[in-house]
Ligand binder design. Structure first.
Ligand code: ATR
Length: 253
């Protein structure tokens, strides 16, 4: 239901056609008979700040933020919650009266609870985290809160992995180590959990070329990508007899 008095929010990304948010929120708006809508908005990186200002002026209540805007969203907010501050990234901007913007990060909670459902505590466990962008930052906080012992951050550009480890190590108990994706072969046999936060494997992107047969049979592989729900990475993980977790739990939480 949407009338002229309805509350309108957006979900902003580039691309945005993969987003399930309009469907998901649309269902609940309908179910709860809320007068409002969540509108998908495809916004290129360079237009982000201008678009946000325009949406505020147009009376939007806020936006969900997805790839590649999460760091830019955090940067332009006037205030933020603790998760966004630690991640340096936000997946939700709330527009307040008077033009103030509040940034929140609920990604971390989604991933943490999805992992807790699947594995319980990660106390002392060794994790391979693929990627070093905004999603990886949030994932590091979640892994730390679940008690991960050592997290190896593996990224295509190894220097970015090293920078992320240096930036977050002072606030985390988990030991952070950094390497390039070429560090996979050496570290894979000792991993108990692999978390993919790269955009590789998303609809229209080629998957990472990793040899999953190097992982121990008890290893869990989680992909935060949820479109397609069963990514090539998860398909390969299942074929190797590994425990595969898709991104739906994270999205729902
Ligand atoms: P997000 O906020 O979702 O993490 P991002 O900051 O753009 O988005 O980060 C995307 C991540 O996916 C990065 O770690 C990126 O690796 P680089 O830092 O080396 O660019 C990774 N990524 C994207 N495409 C990739 C590909 N084809 N192969 C390997 N890594 C890829």
């Amino acid at each position: 239901m949407l009338t002229g008095a309805g509350k309108v929010a957006g979900v902003v990304g580039w691309p945005i056609s993969h987003s399930l948010s309009p469907l998901l929120h649309g269902y609940w708006l309908e179910e709860l008979r809320v007068d409002g809508a969540l509108v998908p908005l495809a916004i290129p990186r360079e237009d982000f700040a201008r678009t946000i200002a325009g949406l505020q002026r147009a009376g939007f209540r806020g936006v969900n933020v997805t790839v590649p805007h999460k760091e830019a969203a955090f940067a332009l907010a006037h205030s933020c919650d603790a998760a966004a501050a630690a991640a340096g990234a936000a997946n939700l901007l709330v527009f307040r009266p008077g033009g103030r913007i509040e940034a929140r990060n609920t990604d971390m909670i989604g991933l943490r609870e999805s992992l807790r459902d699947a594995m319980g505590s990660l106390k002392g466990k060794t994790v391979l985290l693929l990627g070093a962008g905004g999603a990886a930052r949030g994932a590091l906080l979640a892994l730390n809160e679940l008690g991960a012992g050592t997290v190896h951050i593996l990224n295509r550009h190894a220097d970015k992995a090293a920078m992320l480890a240096r930036a977050l190590q002072p606030m985390l108990q988990s030991q952070l180590l950094a390497a390039g994706l070429d560090g996979w072969a050496e570290r894979a046999p000792g991993a108990e959990l692999v978390v993919n936060t790269t955009s590789a494997g998303m609809k229209g992107h080629a998957p990472l070329a990793l040899d999953l047969t190097m992982l121990h049979k008890s290893t869990t592989v989680l992909d935060i990508v949820y479109n397609p729900l069963e990514t090539e990475l998860l398909k390969q993980a299942k074929a190797c007899g590994l425990n595969a977790i898709d991104g739906l739990g994270m999205l729902m939480h």
